[in-house]
Design a protein around this ligand. Structure first.
Ligand SMILES: [Zn+2]
Ligand SMILES: [Zn+2]
Length: 333
């Protein structure tokens, strides 16, 4: 907000007689809240000079770096200078998921709807949600750090839609925590990490694949880094898919079917693969990735995401299609 304001001011003001390249040297002072309080020897000049906009772009960048702005989530003034414009309170509020969850897909189980499945041993029972009970997913287990709501959803949106790349580091830390959950399940000493790919057109539009950025940030933090090998090109998205919003589970599966291909099946054969993504909404996308990885010969596939949509207690009482429609709408928002 403040940086945009500074840019607007600088676009209008340049010292008289100064060469255009020196436009940024105009004696302009800003109060602590960014209001210009002195701007002597200046007059308004034409705004369309490329050099003026270049200089003001540089200046805006400097202001954004040097002056703490407001938190992009709650609007509170930021005290510390950080590349991520989000305050400590907002970051601290993004807590890990707690409570009883489905042992396979990680959906929240509400006591009266929870299902105590087969006993693995005398002490443990496997709790499964209704969906995993009816059709076992093609992955061993999907785990997520936090619930896809409020702050965490906005942080992911800052990265995906507002190009705030430093958000990937925080999201990577969360993904690393989710991966930690899976560590006891990995059988081998090497796991291939495969981010869910974007279609090439979307990749060009956005400039980066958020899942890959988050995966890179997560793997930098891993103590057992030798175990994980990032293989971003292993899966390719060959077909663009229409929005999943408002589709039934069956329609979503049909919509995504055949969208991905394994680029190098030989590299996947008999390997353990960890599919990573930013959000697990209904699991259709990661399930399709897991399905084709298994078909290419992967021994086991696991899934880790930063966030997951979770059913509320009220949605557990609804017919499944209604509850899913609400979840999908919530995820889209
Ligand atoms: Zn905040
Ligand atoms: Zn489940």
């Amino acid at each position: 907000m403040r940086a945009a304001f500074c840019t607007a001011i600088l676009k209008k003001i340049r010292p008289v007689g100064a060469p255009e390249a020196a436009a940024g040297r105009g004696r302009i002072a800003f109060s602590s809240n960014g209001t210009p309080i002195r701007a002597t020897e200046t007059r308004v000049v034409a705004q369309d000079s490329p050099l003026v906009s270049w200089a003001s772009g540089i200046a805006a960048g400097l202001f954004a770096t040097l002056l703490p702005s407001d938190c992009r989530l709650c609007g509170a003034p930021l005290i510390n200078i950080s590349r991520l414009p989000v305050c400590e309170d907002c970051l601290g509020a993004m807590r890990p998921i707690t409570g009883e969850l489905c042992s396979i897909c990680g959906e929240r189980l509400v006591s009266s709807f929870a299902f105590a499945g087969e006993s693995c041993s005398m002490e443990t029972t496997v709790a499964l949600c209704g969906i995993c009970r009816r059709l076992e997913p093609p992955y061993v287990k999907a785990t997520a750090y936090g619930s896809y709501e409020s702050g965490l959803r906005e942080l992911i949106h800052l990265l995906k839609y507002n190009q705030v790349r430093p958000a990937a580091n925080v999201l990577g830390r969360m993904l690393a925590e989710a991966i930690e959950d899976l560590q006891p399940l990995f059988a081998g000493s090497e796991v291939l990490v495969v981010p869910v790919p974007l279609h090439s057109r979307k990749l060009r539009q956005r400039g980066f694949n958020q899942s890959e950025l988050i995966a890179r940030a997560a793997l930098k933090r891993k103590v057992a880094a030798g175990r994980f090998h990032l293989r971003a090109g292993l899966l390719e998205r060959r077909r663009e898919t229409k929005s999943q919003i408002g589709l039934s589970r069956h329609q979503r599966r049909e919509n995504i079917r055949g969208a991905f291909v394994v680029a190098k099946p030989d590299d996947v054969a008999r390997r353990e693969v960890l599919v990573v993504d930013d959000v697990f909404t209904t699991g259709t996308t990661v399930s399709e990735c897991a399905r084709i990885l298994r078909r290419a010969g992967a021994s086991k596939v696991y899934v880790a995401t930063v966030a997951r949509t979770l059913k509320t207690e009220a949605q557990h009482g609804m017919p499944e299609s209604d509850a899913e429609a609400r979840l999908t709408m919530a995820a889209a928002g």
